[in-house]
Design a protein around this ligand. Sequence first.
Ligand SMILES: *Cc1c(COP(=O)(O)O)cnc(C)c1O
Length: 395
Amino acid sequence: MSTDFLTHIESVLNEIRADGLWKTERLIDSPQAGQITVGGATKINLCANNYLGLADNPALIAAARKVMDERGYGMASVRFICGTQDLHRVLEQRIADYLGCDDSILFAACFDANGAVFEPLLGAEDAVISDALNHASIIDGIRLCKAKRYRYANGDLADLEAQLKTARADGARHILIATDGVFSMDGVLAPLDGVRALADRYDALLMVDDCHATGFMGPQGRGTPAHFGVKADIMTGTLGKALGGALGGYIAGPQAVIDLLRQRARPYLFSNALPPAVVAAGIAAIDIAEKADDLRARLFENTRYWRAGLEAAGFDLLAGEHPIVPVMLYDARVAQAMAARLFELGVFVSGFFFPVVPKGRARIRTQMNASLTRENLDFALAAFTTAGRELGIVK
Ligand SMILES: *Cc1c(COP(=O)(O)O)cnc(C)c1O
């Protein structure tokens, strides 16, 4: 390998370090939960996407173990060759029923689902209108399709309408609006009632990526569209967050759409099938989530308590109702220092900074889940107050 090339890579790495943007990974030696251990030391974990606390749920572990014994470890095939067990179809139908769609199609991750969804459905004659804060995987997925691209300011219905008018004036055949149900860096919901109304007025399709909502937002946890009492035409989502937290993504929608994706979606055709244990636990996770009004009540009670506690301590929060509660610190180095100090104090959080949020908008993104106790939250509030005072963030 040319030393010139490696020297160049080293200089990029040094720039990342010099900008205070270096990310390090701390090694957890317990299951994922509200309370975890790192190097044997207990930490309260406030940054997992484990909204319902199912990541270490005994029923999911038992379902995965049983099916691993009965059906083996891996499929060693893509779905269409010899990678489809009956369980895969059971999960696909279960997801579709839960979300109120005809059918769904599984992927290794929602990143792949979003990479898959646009290209087979939209051609050069079509338009895709995307929220400016959409997840990286939607942005990448849109790049892979030939449709004309339009972008609207985050959650801005007036701008969305302007883009719809432009796309219509440009002669678009079909228009697809793509949005996250919940914007994960801010914990803010897309205004799906207004988006749906505009989609209907301009005869556009609505695609919602509901990764940070399925399982706990809306009645029975059916997601952000259900929360607003509207329907998305196409949904994408993950098993890697509230629904057990392992891995797996999906697209749900009308039968014809799912049928075409099964024929044409590249991450489906050219990537391995999900392992049986993950599929079985995914089915069990939806069974639990659908009935989990108790877990959802605890999740949102924790969210209210945590938000009120941080506000009382003087922290600058982004407003919202979602279990994502971002503590704004603006400067990447301050966010890093705060996260490091909180870790010493027994609270596991992560500083978020460029490139996952814009420069100058660094933050600690805290997330509530149903397995956190009142004692855990009081402990974490005391730690935030101590660290915040030491760093001059609060009085
Ligand atoms: C987490 C997330 C993804 C990726 O999901 P994976 O299954 O982890 O690949 C996609 N979109 C959004 C909005 C997400 O929050």
